[in-house]
Design a protein around this ligand. Structure first.
Ligand code: MOS
Length: 735
């Protein structure tokens, strides 16, 4: 059952429009609608805010909330290790930290009335000069202590400068990557319903436990008073790891008015009110001997941060584990800018980092006149080169070889700009992919009802990625049931707590915890049967008992589980399973645990217009044991498509005069569409990583993007002989 390409169990609900998303929930008292008014300066203060006109607009008999009348809120607490759990106060004072920051919430009887009245809020600003332009403020960057929980900003082994200087062949280049945003299909939305002292919060959130804690800290109330409901989520890509202003403002308004309040971000507001992937400038130095063996790897990253909300992504993080080299260093620096905070966006760190490193490896292969696949294989490490611990299941070389074989890599043009197909210059490119695998605390409960069906509960979420389906498979396999005998309930803070969906950890973590819960439930069922004089199992040694076909079977005897449960536990019998934080699991210290991939791309570049088309692409991945062949393929496919976007399209432009994101809709902030993407080929190696967890599975969600963009960029070089180091590779850079 585990691993099968089971269709999504929630698919029929979604197709029929019966899966209810945050903004669609309905509550007894008709909700009011809030609309956020955003600052139209990027730095300064509110000198005067006049809400009189807005308050007398139709439907706005309720309130306009500003920093003058918003309730006091808890401060952000930096001692909480992970941002997702920190308070997110809003409307706390007249200071403006970035363009679009909320200055008011207009609450009206309908959404349209609230939006119309929002236009009538009059704000006078005292603007101050802001730091909006990364290139002019890059040299103000400072060294943070960490770039992610427990991830040091800098590492060094040997003497990288001396080794680089002395090396026979050198690449020393700077690659730049733009601001990017998560842009899930469902914009951020929330409905808060007050019930006495309690709040029920219907919110689009990746991490229910964090939403509860963060909102409680913001409102300065007991988390037990907050009930998060998030059964369905229309994507997140990192932007729903944290709650944002819509949730905080809906809660403040609901409490102030003692009425349910809905607030959603418009697509334009998503650009300013959720976090950006920081823009980055990355210097990569690779020094090698003539045979291709690396002697030095240095990866120095500078990116932007909001000054009062430090965030750096571990852009050079996987450079620490990817290739062997005796001398190495990685650094991360943060340049404060008056822009929205940085946040996790689709493989935070690896995605932009591998764009740079895997482009540099291609440059090195070109300098050496060597096959880029062979160059990577030649630098395969035997142990983690910085941590000096063994790798768990590491099959990068197999991904590279299998990919080369399947793609027909031997047919690649070895001389750039040498192959033409009509008006198209044709090129091949490849890149390696790597991503860390993480384990976070997760608890799952499983209960067998008296009718023999099973209910699984966790506050884990399903972003559309397949959690409902995968957990159904894990429970069905462990308990010998069919999928339709299992019901999975997710996304509610009353259920056992988890770290939700993020960092690609969700499916493995919740599956592993569920597997443990099922083991515990099996033990309970076995001892119940053994002690039950009415059971045919009575008194037997049940060590070899099988759970199959809804029955307990041993030594030629069997009994339906529902009969055992109905006789002994008429209200059902349940058990919980848990997994700890990776720091408390020795394998995560003793081994370097990653997932791997290899991407191969063929592009055509129009010889006259420089239009770039992806002609075909293959990704070969190693993610340990596959939990569901269909959902994992969809995840990896989606990741490759994001990689295409990162290579060729995606880029948020900041207006250097105001700090506004100029490209704040999906007509100007380009993401791949159907017409951009040919039929992509995804191959997942059959695997099992016994160091990762008892199921042998590792996080797959974000691996697909890792290296994908570099493969496409390298193919553009192969097609044209033009090396573009400023991503995305838009056509004017190739002309
Ligand atoms: Mo992912 S960026 O950790 O949701």
């Amino acid at each position: 059952m585990i691993g099968q390409a089971l269709n999504r169990v929630d698919g029929p609900l979604k197709v029929a429009g019966r899966a209810t998303y945050a903004y669609e929930h309905w509550v007894e008292t008709p909700p009011l609608y809030g609309f956020i008014v955003g600052a139209t300066i990027g730095k300064g203060r509110i000198a005067r805010i006049d809400t009189d006109h807005a308050e007398s607009a139709p439907g706005v008999h309720h309130m306009v909330m500003t920093h003058h009348n918003a309730a006091a809120q808890g401060p952000r607490d930096e001692s909480i290790a992970v941002e997702y759990w920190r308070a997110k106060p809003a409307l706390t004072g007249p200071e403006i930290h970035h363009y679009g920051e909320p200055v008011a919430l207009v609450v009206a009887a309908t959404f349209e009335q609230a939006r119309a009245a929002a236009e009538l809020v009059e704000v006078e600003y005292a603007a101050e000069p802001g730091r909006f332009d990364f290139s002019t403020h890059m040299d103000e960057a400072y060294a943070p202590a960490l770039v992610g929980p427990g991830i040091p900003a800098d590492t060094a082994v040997g003497d990288v400068d001396a080794a680089f200087e002395a090396s026979a062949v050198k690449v020393d280049q700077v690659y730049t990557t733009p601001y990017e945003l998560s842009m899930p299909m469902e914009p951020h939305a929330c409905l808060v319903e007050p019930r006495g002292e309690d709040l029920t919060v219907y919110v689009s959130s990746q991490v229910v436990d964090a939403a509860q804690a963060s909102l409680a800290a913001t409102l300065d109330i007991d988390p037990a008073r907050i009930h998060i409901v998030a059964p369905y989520i229309g994507g997140g890509f990192g932007s729903k790891l944290n709650i944002h202003a819509e949730t905080v403002l809906a809660a403040l308004a609901a409490r102030a008015l003692d009425r349910p309040v809905k607030v959603a971000l418009t697509r334009q507001q998503v650009f300013h009110l959720t976090g950006l992937r920081p823009t980055s400038s990355q210097r990569v130095r690779l020094g090698a001997a003539r045979d291709g063996r690396l002697t030095a790897i240095a990866h120095d990253v500078t990116m932007h941060t909001r000054p009062d909300m430090e965030y750096g992504e571990p852009t050079a993080g996987t450079t620490r584990s990817l290739y062997a080299a005796p001398n190495r260093s990685t650094t991360h620096r943060l340049a404060p800018l008056d822009l929205p905070q940085g946040e996790d966006v689709r493989a935070p760190g690896e995605a932009p980092g591998l764009l740079a490193v895997e482009s540099a490896m291609d440059e090195l292969a070109h300098e050496l006149g060597m096959d880029p696949v062979e160059l990577r294989i030649r630098n395969e490490p035997t142990v983690d080169p910085e941590r000096d611990v063994p790798f768990s299941e590491r099959r990068l070389v197999e991904c590279l070889r299998e990919g080369a074989r399947r793609f027909g890599w031997e047919r690649r043009p070895t001389t750039p700009a040498s192959v033409r197909d009509g008006r198209w210059l044709v090129g091949y490119g490849m890149a390696a992919g790597i991503r860390g695998h993480f384990q976070q605390p997760t608890a799952v409960r499983v209960r067998m009802e008296a009718d023999g069906t099973v209910v699984v509960q966790s506050d884990m979420t399903d972003l559309g990625t397949g959690t409902y389906t995968v957990l159904t498979q894990v429970a069905a396999e462990a308990l010998g049931l069919t999928p339709d005998q299992v019901r999975v309930e997710l996304g509610h803070s009353d259920f056992p707590a988890s770290w939700g969906s993020g960092g690609s950890w969700g499916a493995c973590n919740s599956s592993t915890a569920l597997h443990r819960a099922c083991r515990a439930l099996r033990e309970k069922l076995l001892s119940t049967a053994k002690d039950d004089a009415r059971s045919p199992m009575y008194g037997l040694d049940l060590a070899e008992a099988q759970f199959s076909g809804g029955e307990l079977r041993v030594e030629g005897r069997s009994e339906p589980m529902r009969e055992i449960v109905a006789r002994n536990h008429p209200d059902g019998v349940e058990a919980e399973g848990e997994i700890p934080l990776m720091a408390d699991e020795p394998n995560y210290t003793d081994y370097s645990i990653h997932t791997y991939g290899a991407h191969f791309a063929e592009v055509g570049v129009d010889a006259d217009t420089a239009e770039i088309r992806l002609r075909r692409m293959l990704g070969v991945f190693s993610v340990g044991r596959v939990l569901n062949a269909k959902t994992v393929r969809s995840q990896l496919l989606g990741g490759m498509i994001w990689g295409f976007g990162a290579a060729l399209q995606e880029e948020a432009f900041v207006d250097p005069r105001t700090g506004a994101i100029a490209t704040r809709d999906l007509a100007q902030y380009l993401v791949p569409v159907q017409a951009d993407i040919p039929d992509l080929d995804v191959t997942v190696l059959d695997g099992h990583d016994d160091k990762a967890n008892v199921l042998g599975s590792k996080g797959a969600g974000e691996l697909g993007i890792c290296g994908a963009g570099a493969a496409i960029g390298n193919a553009v070089f192969n097609a044209t002989g033009m090396r573009v180091r400023d991503f995305p590779i838009t056509l004017e850079k190739v002309l």
